[in-house]
Write a protein that binds this ligand. Structure first.
Ligand SMILES: *Cc1c(COP(=O)(O)O)cnc(C)c1O
Length: 318
């Protein structure tokens, strides 16, 4: 029996996809090998990889002005790679602080660049995302970074920020959950293990203009342009994760694409929030406008019961 898995990441993968992978595990397409034993330079793997990329581009309606990279290192690696490439100790970059992940991104970026925190909700335990009126934007910023869906706090900003500088977003826990207007962004990144497929893969959608803004002193591995020129095969990519992500993209298309996902996700979120709101036992601390569709946290109305509740929960799980 498969459990109901509510983990944000690594998260559940469609059972139909796992069954397909199982059936192909020992012998991919009568090749006599598993896909994960194949050279990433082989024509077979190349076909699998490029089909996955194309399906992702179709799903997200991404224009030719962008490239899509299949990298490693997780979203965390992008916390460094972005400032390393697009800012410096002599420059400054704008960051919105709305939860744990933006805080981590700021902490890493601070090692490479001056960081201007445009607004923060930290003093209020990240229970909302600071509104535009409170932002202190720097006109000389190299880019503006934010996290549209703060996975841990369940705090979302539902529309792309409106700024005049290159917009960079960590979409690890919201990508593919609903249609996104990619044209508003210069760079979008997402670790795969939440909404895409297995861990080990990180997808970067990058506007081709950004290649010219990149820091030329970096080694090739830290240059987006080099990954782009080599079709994300500068070195051995995470072949199995890439193959499996490709199957998830096919599954998403078959299910009706991102518009269909949006409907499903809003229905699920609405069901959960209305249960929590109608309960005298549970509550959700997030400001209504910023409630996440993907991650629905709850706390207990009575704080004194927290420790008892967590103890019971632990006994059930382990
Ligand atoms: C999970 C998560 C991360 C960390 O991802 P890794 O791939 O483990 O580095 C970063 N940002 C957000 C928004 C996340 O949800």
């Amino acid at each position: 029996m498969r459990v109901r898995n509510f983990c944000a990441g690594p998260a559940v993968i469609p059972e139909a996809v796992l069954a397909e992978v199982k059936s192909e595990l020992l012998d991919w397409g009568d090749s006599g090998m598993s896909i994960m034993e194949m050279s990433h330079r082989s024509s077979i793997f190349n076909e699998v990889a490029m089909t996955a990329k194309k399906d992702f581009i179709d799903l997200m309606s991404i224009s030719d002005d962008y490239d899509v990279l299949f990298l490693q290192g997780g979203a965390t690696h992008q916390f460094s790679m972005i400032p390393m490439n697009f800012s410096s100790k002599d420059d400054s970059a704008d960051y919105l602080l709305s939860g744990t992940w933006s805080k981590k991104a700021i902490s890493e970026a601070s090692k490479y660049s001056n960081i201007n925190v445009i607004a923060s909700s930290e003093e209020d335990n990240f229970t909302y995302a600071p509104k535009k009126e409170s932002w202190n934007l720097d006109t000389n910023t190299k880019y503006v970074h934010y996290v549209p869906n703060e996975t841990i706090q369940g705090v979302a900003i539902h529309n792309p920020l409106e700024v005049n500088s290159p917009l960079v977003a960590d979409m690890s826990s919201v990508i593919l959950s609903e249609p996104i207007d990619v044209s508003k962004f210069s760079l979008i990144y997402a670790g795969a293990q939440k909404n895409i497929g297995p861990a080990g893969l990180t997808i970067v959608i990058i506007h081709k203009e950004m290649f010219e803004k990149e820091n030329s002193d970096n080694s090739n591995f830290f240059k987006y342009s080099k990954h782009s020129e080599s079709n994300s095969m500068l070195n051995t990519p995470p072949t199995f994760a890439w193959y499996l992500a490709g199957k998830v993209f096919k599954w998403l298309k078959k299910e009706g694409g991102l518009e269909a996902m949006r409907k499903k996700n809003y229905l699920k979120a609405e069901t959960l929030y209305s249960y929590i709101d109608n309960s005298s036992f549970f509550s959700n601390p997030v400001k209504i406008d910023n409630r996440s569709i993907m991650n629905v946290p709850f706390i207990l109305d009575n704080k004194d019961l927290d420790s008892v509740f967590l103890m019971i929960l632990r006994m059930q799980v382990y």
